[in-house]
Design a protein around this ligand. Structure first.
Ligand SMILES: [Cu+2]
Length: 117
C-alpha cells in the first residue's frame, strides 16, 4: 500500500517535471538546416532561439501520426498551421518583439517555446 502511494507520488512528480519544469537547451534557429521534428509527444528541439524584429521561417517535420500532432498553434501570433505527415512544412512567422512565445498542439501535449532575442 505504501509502495503504491510512493509510486503515485513519483509519477506525479515526473509529470510535473516533464510538463512544467523541464527546460531543454535552446537551439539557435541559425543552426544549419534546423528542422523541428514532431515525434513521440515532443517537438525536437522544443526551445528555439530566433532573432527579434524580423520574419523567420520554421521548418516542421511531423513523424507522429496521432491526429493531435497535426496542428501547431502559436497563440500569441494568432497562428494555426496544419502539419502533413512525413513531409517538411515551412511556417513563416511575422517579425516578433523580444520575449518568449509558446507553441503547442491543440491539447498542449506537444509544447515548444520560441526565445526571441
Ligand atoms: Cu496534442
Amino acid at each position: 500500500m505504501i509502495l503504491v502511494n510512493v509510486l503515485g507520488v513519483l509519477l506525479i512528480a515526473l509529470i510535473v517535471w516533464w510538463f512544467w519544469l523541464y527546460q531543454p537547451q535552446a537551439t539557435d534557429l541559425g543552426a544549419s538546416e534546423l528542422t523541428i521534428v514532431v515525434e513521440n509527444g515532443t517537438y525536437q528541439p522544443a526551445r528555439i532561439q530566433v532573432p527579434a524584429n524580423q520574419s523567420v521561417v520554421l521548418s516542421f517535420l511531423r513523424k507522429d501520426s496521432s491526429p493531435c500532432s497535426e496542428t501547431v498553434l502559436f497563440p500569441a501570433l494568432k497562428l494555426s498551421e496544419t502539419l502533413p505527415l512525413n513531409k517538411v512544412k515551412n511556417i513563416t512567422l511575422p517579425a516578433m518583439q523580444e520575449g518568449e512565445y509558446d507553441f503547442h498542439c491543440q491539447m498542449q501535449m506537444y509544447r515548444g517555446r520560441l526565445l526571441v532575442v
